[in-house]
Design a protein around this ligand. Structure first.
Ligand code: 7TS
Length: 421
């Protein structure tokens, strides 16, 4: 009882501290104009904007500490190494990892998935083996597995989804068997907004000892990540979706698995000793970080993780959920508008189509009102095929969006609809 009260009070206090005006002021780009109108940015699922804390961290790194890492004896190199490795410590905490050795800096989710595909799955599978994904994956969690299937003779199996855009868990259970050598599933769908029950799915996969990879690209900006609570083996995320720089992300993997995996790329940094006869690979995490990494990117990603933690996930979730409900209600009032993705558990993404209008035309017209949405297949063509659509329009929310943004979007769409019909 006591605990409940304490939790509630704590939550209320944190939720109260979520000051949207202050948050908006943290993002300089939000004050610019687009086609003469104040910007309404509703494309954060493609790439979020960056707060001053991230911009400053990257700028400060280049202005005052810049040097290559790990190999230098001079002070700048030591400072750069500290900044880079400090960012790794931050990300270790951010995903709840047991050890910093489990956090590999990559270019982002795409590279993280490819690393696991080539280094973990490829050597372990052959004809008769199966790789299980779902119908709502982003192409970067489909194509790397197709490549492995081509290379090895393994086959790809797909968990179906329902018309609401929820995974069919009954069908999922039936697809599990001893031939499945990996489950790869998105935490949140970028095309539908569905929050998948990844912990429950992982627990079911574990009954068959199936390793599980979670594509967390869309989850990292919206919810706290706890890889141990999920129980997965690999978790991938991208910096630019969580208010950090582009070209940086992480692969988290269980140390025992990463340790046993061969390197993904060869080069500097990933070795301990090289001769023409023999090369000894580096320990984790260096074994998977060949070449000079995106040092400033990692520093910026660390700053982004710190920013999210400082704002507080409770406040972010409460704000975004309220806004998602408001946006959903406002948009469904538009004549001929059909929501694509109506799962019970959704986050931050509203995909829609308006009868008789191509989404690209909608997107282009409302851009002239300063409103940025995304139109297209969202790198999830199988989702479009499922709904029989070539494309959708997608408004996606970040922690800085407001009801005013939605109040600009809705009349702009109504105006565009009248122009186009
Ligand atoms: N997985 C999901 C669920 C994504 O939404 C994306 C990018 C990726 C993986 C790939 O991430 P990257 O950082 O490696 O490119 N999604 C989108 C989008 O929805 N619109 O543009 C990119």
């Amino acid at each position: 009882m006591m605990l409940n009260v304490a939790d509630k009070t704590d939550t209320q206090v944190r939720a109260k501290r979520f000051d949207i005006e202050k948050i908006r002021a943290d993002f300089p780009i939000l004050s610019r104009r687009v086609h003469g109108k104040p910007l309404v940015y509703l494309d954060s699922a493609a790439s979020a904007q960056r707060p001053t804390a991230v911009l400053d961290a990257v700028d400060r790194f280049y202005r005052t500490h810049n040097a290559n890492i790990h190999r230098g004896v001079h002070l700048l190199s030591q400072e750069a190494t500290e900044a880079y490795e400090g960012a790794r410590d931050t990300l270790t905490r951010f995903v709840g990892a047991a050890s910093r050795r489990e956090v590999i800096f990559t270019r982002g989710t795409t590279e993280s998935v490819n690393l696991v595909a080539q280094s973990f799955v490829r050597p372990r599978v052959g004809p008769g083996d199966e790789i299980l994904i779902t119908h709502m994956e982003h192409h970067s969690n489909i194509v790397p597995w197709q490549i492995v299937c081509e290379q090895t003779g393994a086959s790809l199996k797909v968990v179906p989804m329902t018309a609401a855009g929820e995974l069919d868990l009954k069908a999922y259970r039936q697809l599990l068997n001893d031939s499945v050598k990996l489950l790869a599933v998105g935490h949140i769908s970028n095309a539908l907004g569905t929050i998948n029950p990844v912990a429950e799915m992982t627990a079911l996969a574990k009954q068959y000892d199936i390793p599980v990879l979670i594509d967390g690209a869309q989850a990292a900006p919206h919810m706290p990540i706890d890889v141990n609570a999920i129980g997965c083996d690999f978790y991938c995320l991208s910096g630019h979706k969580m208010y950090g720089p582009t070209g940086i992300g992480i692969l988290w993997g269980k140390e025992s698995l990463l340790d046993a995996m061969p390197p993904y790329q060869g080069g500097g940094e990933m070795i301990q000793y090289v001769s023409f006869e023999e090369t000894l690979y580096n320990e984790l995490p260096g074994k998977f970080e060949a070449g000079t990494p995106n040092i400033a990117g990692a520093v910026g990603l660390g700053a982004a993780a710190d920013y999210l933690t400082a704002v507080g996930h409770d406040g972010i979730i409460a704000h975004e959920n309220e806004l998602l409900a408001y946006a959903t209600e406002s948009l469904t009032a538009i004549a001929g508008l059909r929501l694509v993705g109506t799962a019970a558990h959704k986050a931050s993404v509203i995909s829609f189509a308006i009868d008789g209008i191509h989404p690209h035309d909608l997107g282009t017209i409302i851009d002239h009102d300063g409103i940025a949405i995304r139109t297209g297949h969202h790198c999830a063509m199988p989702v479009m095929q499922f709904f029989g659509l070539p494309a959708t329009a997608r408004a996606s929310l970040g922690l800085y969006n407001t009801r005013e943004d939605i109040d600009r979007l809705v009349p702009a769409l109504e105006k565009a609809r009248k122009m186009l019909l």
